[in-house]
Design a protein around this ligand. Structure first.
Ligand SMILES: C[S@@+](CC[C@H](N)C(=O)[O-])C[C@H]1O[C@@H](n2cnc3c(N)ncnc32)[C@H](O)[C@@H]1O
Length: 218
């Protein structure tokens, strides 16, 4: 359990008061089924040092542990699916950094306990890489990073056994409410014939990669 307040100044400037564990759990229980689905995606737009994203990961990994108790390889794969489905943004870099570290340490402790001698360093590197792309420093209101670039999130989809398909999207196109006017966001939407709707278009697509090799994409 971490302290709820770092300083009065930060409370005044950024409304920074971390939520305690009991409240985090009570709120997540409102979406219990989703929080326990290994591949359901969650974005915490003011993630602080990670109270919510860590508990969401915990719930997903408990399900993975139950389901894949007898197969470390399957647990490994689904622990990557779980960690790749939680996203966060915080306006303060130290919060984003602490959140990434806590999320990684949490994932790694569980991975080490479940897979023991079968743990692989490149899987740890893959998890760290995914977390670095999923927990970003930026302003969730303007949807810009601290360097002024748009916030971009990677979508990681497990397909074909152990392969991951990565697509990068701008957060502003994902959040845009008025899809009737996609021209306002040039090149960020494409028309989907099946659903007859404009859907956000990725700004970059990557070739299929093994889940333990996503960190080599760049
Ligand atoms: C009330 S705290 C909640 C932190 C975390 N969600 C929790 O429940 O423990 C609000 C957080 O939002 C961050 N924040 C404030 N304005 C923000 C903005 N425009 N975009 C992203 N994060 C912001 C603060 O730095 C702070 O960490």
């Amino acid at each position: 359990m971490t302290e709820q307040i770092k300083s009065r100044e930060r409370v005044a400037l950024h409304g920074e008061v971390f939520t305690n564990e009991r409240e985090v759990n009570a709120m997540l229980d409102l979406v219990k089924a989703e929080s326990e689905r290994i591949d359901s995606r969650f974005l915490e737009p003011a993630c602080g040092n990670g109270s919510f994203v860590i508990e969401i990961l915990n719930r997903k990994l408990l399900v993975a542990e139950r389901k894949y108790r007898k197969s470390p390889t399957e647990y490994e794969k689904y622990s990557i699916v779980a960690v790749s489905s939680v996203y966060g943004v915080d306006i303060l870099e130290d919060n984003a950094k602490e959140c990434r570290q806590r999320l990684y340490d949490f994932w790694n402790a569980k991975y080490t306990a479940a897979c023991k001698k079968e743990c692989r360093e490149e899987v740890r590197d893959a998890a760290e890489y995914i977390i670095n792309h999923n927990i970003l420093c930026g302003d969730a209101l303007t949807m810009l990073c601290d360097d002024g670039d748009p916030i971009v999130f990677a979508q990681w989809d497990l397909i074909h056994g152990s392969k991951i398909k990565r697509k990068d999207y701008r957060l502003d196109s994902l959040m845009k409410a008025d899809r009737d006017q996609p021209d306002l966001f040039e090149n960020q939407f494409s028309y989907d014939e099946e659903s007859m709707a404009w859907i956000p278009a990725p700004i970059r697509e990557y070739p299929l990669m093994n889940y333990w090799e996503v960190q080599y994409a760049d």
